[in-house]
Ligand binder design. Structure first.
Ligand code: SAH
Length: 213
């Protein structure tokens, strides 16, 4: 499967939609315009790739809605060269958006099947994360810390302490917190022991689970 002008046109329409919903960061919009989302979807859903909707991927997981990806990415305030940790690689779409923005991405996935699939797939499209890890996102990635940004793409029942500890001073953690519905939460590390917490809109994610399988 490949990328065509038709797909590019559909992506530009998608960018208009998420712009109308309030996304302003030009670099985020540019990344959404560039990443061929249809290639990240299972064949049955390809026709819907440029709708602003979430869809199933393997292992009962979902590729997040483009607006949600854009919203979380905007909150991260990604700058070229930033070291970013992503929890929940899934299809690799969010990973690709971050790489488009010049981030050095470390990404963790707990589902073996998805990990294997995305590990092979992303480099084929020319997206090379610094590391893809099969592991438990609750622990973060202490050996690569600190990070300028950490993004959690599954619904967390609480904020895992190691993620806060692995932020650089000045860094940002974007995490949806809650069981059934999640509140998008932004933590800014303003000092070694100081964090600012901002609670933003409600979202619905697949749950962040313990243990690998
Ligand atoms: N960023 C992904 C979204 C995938 S959905 C994308 O753009 O497609 C959330 C993902 O988080 C799922 O793949 C799920 O398996 C993974 N996940 C859930 N709990 C996790 C944990 N504790 N550690 C790492 N990944 C986890």
């Amino acid at each position: 499967m490949k990328d065509t002008n038709k797909h590019k046109g559909l992506r530009n329409q998608l960018v208009s939609i998420i712009k109308n919903k309030g996304i302003e960061d030009e670099n985020v919009l540019k990344a959404i315009a560039n990443v061929p989302r249809h290639l990240f979807m299972d064949s049955g859903f390809v026709d819907f790739a440029y709708k602003d909707k979430a869809f199933p991927i393997a292992a009962e997981q979902t590729i997040s809605q483009p607006y949600t990806v854009a919203y979380q990415t905007e909150l991260l305030e990604v700058k070229n060269g930033d070291k970013i940790l992503e929890i929940g690689t899934g299809s690799g779409y969010q990973t690709a958006v971050l790489i488009e923005m010049g981030a050095k991405v470390y990404t963790i996935e707990r589902q073996k099947e998805l990990f294997k699939k995305t590990n092979l797939f992303l480099p084929k499209l020319g997206y090379n994360p610094k590391r893809m890890i099969f592991g438990d996102g609750y622990k973060g990635l202490p050996e690569e810390a600190p990070f300028e940004g950490i993004i959690v793409t599954a619904g967390a029942p609480f904020v895992p302490k190691p993620l806060l500890a692995q932020l650089k001073v000045g860094g940002r953690l974007v995490i949806p917190i809650g069981e059934d519905i999640q509140v998008m939460t932004l933590f800014k590390r303003t000092g070694v022991k100081k964090f600012e917490k901002h609670e933003l809109g409600n979202f619905k994610f697949v749950p962040m689970l313990k243990k690998k399988n």
